[in-house]
Design a protein. Structure first.
Length: 459
């Protein structure tokens, strides 16, 4: 192929990339975690390119995979309590980490003679990957309520759901919807007489809460500094600031990790031993994560934590001045805020979207929270906070955009399926989806979501 053809493809790629939201400008408050330091992007890109044509399936051939995994696990374990004997696995994301933790807990439970279908007990606010793990692994799932005020799991209710068939209990540090950290020590103490695996989902907080604690901005214990915690998941591609596809699953000791490993030595091919759900996988995400953690170092992470918290506080003060309130105690770098009238919250979201800000929008949960705006604060938001708040003040006083007025009339006259055709064609997708979901009975919503997803990806 000619170099000209290469340039044609690259040009087309640039056009396709223009479809996506970008994190570099600081207008994105969800999905990506931006530092504002161009060196982070540069060093990760170089590492990714250098290790693109590798395969972590066999670390005896691609020895870099073993090197990077050891280094990344060591760094993560130093933040998770520094307990001697901790081992871990680098995965491609938090969901994979949680699936592996659930599998390990299930097999550990069975190794101890558990005869019932193993179960998982988790809070209402636990990440959906736990439900996904239960479904994939054929495990029962029991959901405990959270306190409406603190948004932390109700420990008595949680423990009441634990029985002889429970293999694993999961808590969050912090939970995604409201940013509060479950009382890990309290849960561990309540479970101390039970033979049950306690997993902490610190996918969001694992690489920032320890630095916040060092700065005196967080005081809780959430990982192996709590006796009774068996495993912890921490995402490098969140507040570790590495490119997507990197998470760490830590185990208190090697006897626990072995239950997460799949081995098949009976087939006639090469020895098949997998520490992850995926088999063949590029070393590139591990290399990029290692490059970023070494580029930033301890001092870099500490300074980024400071910037993120300063941005959080500045943004929260500004939002409070126009009538927003936090729906939970502010403990992490997540804000969940709402106006008194849910319609005003949706109108504000739409007007901020029109101005190019991409904010999370969460549905209301009866008895827990009204519809609310979700903001994942990154260090880069320290740079854009003044402009964000200027636009927020303007948006709070504006009417609903005309395009959404028309969408609301369409919903009322023709129903949710007609409105679904607008998804992907306006900047107001999250508001449209919220309206669709609120108009459908909850027991039908998930099935409809699957049908719509099939159509969206049909092409």
């Amino acid at each position: 192929m000619s170099s000209g053809r290469v340039e044609e493809v690259v040009k087309r790629l640039a056009e396709i990339r223009a479809m996506d939201a970008r994190g570099e400008g600081g207008r994105l408050f969800t999905y990506l975690y931006e530092t504002g330091d161009p060196g982070v992007k540069e060093v990760s890109l170089r590492a990714f390119e250098m290790f693109l044509d590798t395969n972590a399936l066999d670390p005896t051939v691609f020895k870099s995979a073993l090197f990077f995994e050891r280094e990344l696990v060591s760094f993560a374990s130093s933040l998770a309590g520094g307990v001697e004997g901790v081992v871990g696995t680098v995965t491609y994301g938090g969901t994979e980490s949680i699936i592996l933790a659930a599998m390990a807990a299930r097999e550990w439970h069975r190794s101890l003679g558990g005869s019932r279908t193993p179960g998982i007990v988790a809070p209402q606010t636990v990440h959906p990957s736990v439900r996904k793990a239960a479904r994939y692994l054929g495990m029962r799932l029991s959901i405990a309520p959270v306190d409406p005020g603190s948004k932390r799991v109700d420990i008595d209710s949680l423990v009441s759901l634990v029985d002889d068939g429970t293999a694993m209990v999961v808590v969050s540090a912090p939970n995604y919807p409201y940013g509060t950290v479950d009382d890990v020590r309290g849960v561990a103490e309540a479970l101390s007489s039970r033979r049950v695996w306690l997993h902490v989902d610190a996918c969001i907080g694992g690489f920032i809460l320890p630095f916040m604690r060092e700065l005196g901005l967080y005081s809780g214990a959430f990982a192996f500094d709590v006796e009774g915690v068996y495993s912890v998941s921490m995402d490098l591609h969140k507040y570790g600031y590495s490119p997507k596809g990197a998470s760490v699953l830590l185990f208190r000791d090697g006897s626990l990790k072995k239950h997460s490993i799949f081995a098949d030595l009976r087939w006639p091919g090469y020895p098949f031993i997998n520490t992850t759900v995926l088999s063949s996988r590029s070393v590139a995400p591990l290399a990029a994560a290692w490059a970023v953690t070494n580029y930033l170092g301890h001092r870099g992470y500490l300074e980024l934590a400071r910037k993120a918290v300063e941005a959080r506080d500045e943004i929260m003060r500004g939002l409070e001045s126009i009538g927003f309130r936090s729906l939970a105690p502010i403990e992490s770098t997540i804000l969940s805020v709402a106006l008194d009238d849910p319609a005003d919250t949706l109108r504000f979201h739409a007007n901020m979207s029109r101005r190019g800000w991409i904010l999370g929008l969460q549905p209301g949960v009866e008895g827990l929270a009204p519809p609310n705006i979700h903001l994942t604060i990154s260090p880069i938001h320290k740079l854009v906070a003044p402009q964000f708040l200027e636009d927020a003040r303007a948006s709070s006083g504006e009417p609903l955009p005309k395009e959404l007025e028309e969408a609301r009339r369409l919903l009322e006259s023709r129903g949710p399926l007609e409105l679904a055709g607008m998804i992907g064609r306006t900047p107001y997708d999250q508001v449209i989806i919220a309206w669709i979901l609120s108009s459908i009975p909850p027991d039908l919503a998930e099935d409809l979501a699957r049908e719509l997803t099939v159509e969206v990806y049909r092409g």
